[in-house]
Every structure is written in C-alpha cells, then in structure tokens.
Write a protein that binds this ligand. Sequence first.
Ligand SMILES: [Zn+2]
Length: 171
Amino acid sequence: MSFITLDCPHCFKRDIQVEIVGAKHLKKPSKKQTFSLVGFCTECEEGIALNAEPNSELNSDILTHPHLNQLLSVTKTFPTFPESKYLEQLSIPDIEILLEYKSSKGEVSSRRVRVKSMEYKTKNKSVIATKLHCYCLEKKMARDFNVSRIINAYDAETGEIISDIPKYLMQ
Ligand SMILES: [Zn+2]
C-alpha cells in the first residue's frame, strides 16, 4: 500500500495519510513529468485527486512505495484546501448545522454545513452575526453564507431550531 501525507480538503485535518489507489503518468507537452493520483483520506474516507511531480528521476513503481512524500511533491489537489483566511478565523469547533437559505437570486435551498468561523458586529452589547464561513457538506466545498439570508437554522443532530445563531455558535 502506498500513502502520501496531505492536508485533507474535506475534513481539514492537517498532515493526514492519504491512501493512494491509482496513479497515472500524465504526458504533458511541458518538460516536467506529472503524475495524476487518486486516493482516500484515511480520516474521513473522502476521495482526493492530486497532481504531483517527482523530486528526482523515478524508476520504481510509485504505487508500491509506502511513503510517496519521499518521491513526489504535490502540486495540486482536487478539491483544493480552503484559503488560509478561513482557518485563521477559526473560532468555532466544527459545529454542524442545517440551513434554509435564500440565495441572492431568491432561490431557497437546504444545506448541511460545518461552520468554521463567523463574522459579526456588536451593537448595544449584543452580537449580530453577519456572515458564516462554512464547509458545505453537500457541495463539498467552502462556502460563505450571509446571515441576513438565512431563513432558518437547525441543530443538525436534534433538528431543533436555532433562534440565536451567534449565541448557539459561541456556547
Ligand atoms: Zn479527510
């Protein structure tokens, strides 16, 4: 079995082992050799595709090498790890909630999200949330939600309606 260490773009865990199950040598017009790899996060089991370039001349079959970080440098992952600004703002420990959300076009949809951080302002000693930086579990990507367009929010486990989003997230 072959593993490469990565920051998982699904569960956001750093330096996790990704089990590589497929590798393809991409023949590119550029001089650099590139490999296209597919694997699974050993923490959350989500699939990750990545591109990597060999550190030096490669002779061995990369799928039989136990620690691919010694051979390859990852140049790209799909999906991509979210921009660091989301993680630096991380003030909320991965709370999962359900949102009924109205888009700017007026379309209403339900989303299951993991809240990463919250933007807020204070007024008369009360906290008013303005934006939620989330990881959308359906679209499998980072997404921001304007709090003013949230119709309803629910606790993902109990289904209970969340009447005060900032209070709920900061408890
Ligand atoms: Zn993961």
